[in-house]
Every structure is written in structure tokens, then in C-alpha cells.
Design a protein. Structure first.
Length: 279
């Protein structure tokens, strides 16, 4: 198979393993079409899931069963990143365009009042959207957010640069092992991660940290979940900054977790915390 076909075959293989019935739609926006996978009861409170960069909506395979037991789940492929969203419209120049893209998604799917949950880069987008349009959200969950309350580790950036500049399956595996200390447990997910080296993204948006005064003014009830062994940032310092900058937020550090192992490995505690918070 050609490179892109390898990636999409691996993507579909993960989706087939989702433990709930899924309805997939392509939602129009000024930036292109957004692939959204929808599951859970139609009358459930909506929750929108934004993945980390390079992982797509497929990253939620270990979480959707717990979340969809009570919520209407909308798992999104990010605009400009790898996945089945198609960026063939307006350019993505920064956070403002990503927020406008998410606004368009909320408009099309009638999601005012939805809870918003993001991991890593997706958490950065979610936080920016909460600062832009707090009236549109119910609650906000940020899973090991990057560049939200502190900078990223230079060591992490140095290890990730070869994967970004010239991705190969071997480099993707090595980067994951370095950050998590082990290979992914699920073989289908492991094959998907390998395939991401062949996927295409249209735009890597630079993550600028939100201003402190804007964070302190945030009115959306928030949960910040940090991975104890995350190599993306200094975890104790990030936790302290989150408590200082989001005084209304609950900040929890998940033991024995790393940045890239969330939310896919040993998800029971993560799912419990998310479902309790979103309830």
C-alpha cells in the first residue's frame, strides 16, 4: 500500500476496536471538513474530545466506553494535523484560527454547553477556546496540557525534533519508549503509532502560552490532570502554576503515568476522574 493508505488502514483498525457503536461524520467549516466520531446516548450531555498532536481521535479508544455510558461523545480529528479531517480551506495561522475552527464545529453540531476535554496539544486548544468563549462550555478537562501553565522541556523538544523533521516508524517507537519507558501494550495501537510516520499534516501551529491575566479570569470549571512521569514539562512546577493561574481548577497528578501513555494505557483512574468531574 502507498504510505497514506497504510496510515488510514491502521486508523480504521483502531476504530473497529472501539467498544461502542460509533457514527462518523464530516463537518464543514471555513478551514475544511472535520472528521468527528460520535457515540453514546443521544440525550446524554455532550463532551468534545480533542487529541494530542499526531495521535488523532483514535487515541480515545480506551476511554470512550466509560465516557459514552452517560455522555454523548464527539471525538474530533484536529484541523491541520494528521487524521481524516481535511484542511483545504482558510489557513491556520495560530491559536485564533484554531479557536474559530472549533467555534464553527460547535455551531454545526449545536454543541453550546458541551464539556471540552483535551490531551497535550488538544488541551492547549481546549484552554484557548475556554478563554475565548467560556459561555459556550460546561466544564473543561485538560490532560497533561502542553504550553498552558509552563514551557516544554528542551530535552523533550530535542528528542521529538527528529520525529517531526523526518518521521520513521523506528523514530516514532524510540521517542515513545524514551518518554514512557516501554512500548505500547495494545498491538493495534502500536501499529497505528508506527503508521503515523507516513501520515501528512498541513500545519504545525506554534503554541503560545496564554497570558496569566486571561487564565486568572477563566470562569469555566476546570480539571487539570498531570502525568507523574511526564517528560514534556516539570510536573511539580506545572502543577503549582496551574493552581496559581487557574484558582478555580482542581489539579491532580496521576501516579505512574507518562505524557504519551495517557490516555491509552491503564486508563481506569483517568476514566474515573473524568466521569466524576463531568458528571
Amino acid at each position: 500500500m502507498r504510505d497514506e493508505a497504510v496510515f488510514f488502514a491502521a486508523y480504521d483498525a483502531v476504530l473497529r476496536q472501539w467498544p461502542v457503536e460509533v457514527h462518523s461524520v464530516d463537518v464543514p467549516s471555513p478551514y475544511g471538513s472535520t472528521r468527528v466520531h460520535i457515540c453514546g446516548p443521544e440525550d446524554g450531555a455532550p463532551v468534545v474530545l480533542l487529541p494530542g498532536g499526531g495521535s488523532t481521535s483514535m487515541v480515545w479508544f480506551a476511554n470512550v466506553k466509560a465516557l459514552a455510558s452517560t455522555h454523548r461523545v464527539y471525538a474530533v480529528d484536529l484541523m491541520g494535523d494528521i487524521g481524516r479531517s481535511v484542511h483545504d480551506g482558510a489557513p491556520l495561522r495560530g491559536a485564533g484560527d484554531l479557536v474559530a475552527w472549533l467555534d464553527a464545529l460547535f455551531d454545526e453540531l449545536d454543541l453550546d454547553g458541551a464539556h471540552l476535554c483535551g490531551h497535550s496539544y488538544g488541551a492547549w486548544i481546549a484552554l484557548n477556546h475556554a478563554l475565548h468563549a467560556p459561555h459556550r462550555l460546561g466544564r473543561l478537562a485538560l490532560i497533561d496540557p502542553t504550553n498552558c501553565f509552563g514551557g516544554m522541556s528542551p530535552r523533550y523538544l530535542m528528542h521529538g525534533l527528529p520525529v517531526l523533521l523526518k518521521p520513521t516508524a523506528e523514530r516514532v517507537r524510540a521517542f515513545h519508549r524514551w518518554e514512557t519507558g516501554r512500548a505500547p501494550e495494545d498491538p493495534v495501537w502500536r501499529a497505528f503509532l508506527d503508521s503515523t510516520a507516513t501520515a501528512r499534516r498541513s500545519k504545525v501551529v506554534a503554541m503560545r502560552r496564554p497570558r496569566a491575566q486571561h487564565l486568572r479570569a477563566c470562569t469555566v470549571p476546570a480539571l487539570v490532570l498531570l502525568a507523574e512521569h511526564s517528560r514534556v514539562h516539570d510536573v511539580p512546577r506545572t502543577a503549582a502554576a496551574a493552581r496559581r493561574l487557574l484558582p478555580r481548577a482542581s489539579v491532580v497528578t496521576l501516579p505512574d503515568a507518562s505524557h504519551h501513555s495517557l490516555p491509552t494505557e491503564r486508563p481506569a483512574e483517568l476514566n474515573r476522574l473524568l466521569t466524576e468531574f463531568l458528571a
